[in-house]
Design a binder for this molecule. Structure first.
Ligand code: CDP
Length: 231
């Protein structure tokens, strides 16, 4: 592939919870030697920062952009992507605890919260060669991205995949329904909020991964990227 044409390229992957955005984005970035930006991790870091800050939850809604900025969330570029920092310290698995997951959708619906990490995300894309995943990558953060994918999958399939990620390979009907409900609640909240709701960009390509194996969905995105840079 022509490296020159890849230079400024940004690929966005948006979609509902558990649709496989982050794992697909990471694998696609690796195949293309791009960096991967997991924007959900930033919202999770803001949520974790708030939980650690001691500010009572009922006051979160009234926080200003500056107060969110004071949580000191940052990104540090690595060879393959970005590490997320809170107050200069790398955070990773702490971002995916139930305490954070249960609150992140509310936190990310706040305008001041979103505004506080807007510049950070755009900066991550300034040199191109980026695969960014989230909810508003193609609509708000990188509207000029050359390739926008909207990943979807049936709710039950997404619940199965999410449980598999945490080692539950054969969940019973109750666990499956519980997980599906949790994903659906977050999707409703993410798509109904006023600011930067989860929605497909007009120029995005929808990719339904329900019946695709992981490698197939990675290949589908890589093929689209190739097509874009070859012609
Ligand atoms: O991986 P999963 O789909 O569970 O979620 P995530 O990508 O880690 O994002 C967690 C939450 O952050 C989402 O449910 C959204 O509420 C929020 N988010 C957002 O509002 N905008 C983004 N660009 C990315 C995530």
């Amino acid at each position: 592939m022509d490296d020159f044409r890849r230079e400024g390229l940004i690929i966005t992957l948006d979609g509902p919870a558990g649709s496989g955005k982050s794992s697909t984005a990471k694998a696609v970035a690796k195949r293309l030697a791009f960096r991967h930006l997991d924007s959900g991790a930033l919202y999770r870091a803001l949520t974790l920062g708030l939980l650690r800050s001691g500010v009572v939850e009922s006051d979160w809604e009234a926080l200003s952009e500056q107060e969110f900025a004071n949580l000191d969330i940052d990104l540090q570029a690595t060879e393959t992507g970005f590490q997320v920092l809170i107050g200069g310290e790398v955070v990773d698995s702490e971002l995916r605890t139930a305490m954070v997951t249960d609150r992140v959708s509310f936190v990310s619906s706040l305008a001041a919260c979103r505004q506080s990490i807007l510049g950070l995300q755009r900066k991550a894309g300034k040199d191109g060669r980026l695969v960014a995943d989230g909810r508003d990558m193609g609509t708000v953060i990188f509207p000029e991205a050359a390739l926008k994918i909207y990943l979807i999958a049936d709710l039950e399939e997404r619940a199965i995949r999410r449980l598999r990620e945490v080692g539950e390979d054969s969940p019973d009907g109750f666990r499956l329904a519980q997980q599906a409900r949790a994903l659906d609640t977050r999707d409703q909240s993410d798509s109904q909020r006023a600011i930067s709701p989860l929605k497909m960009a007009e120029d995005a390509i929808e990719l339904d991964t329900t019946r695709l194996a992981f490698e197939e969905q990675v290949q589908a995105v890589v093929d689209l990227a190739h097509r874009l840079t070859l012609f």
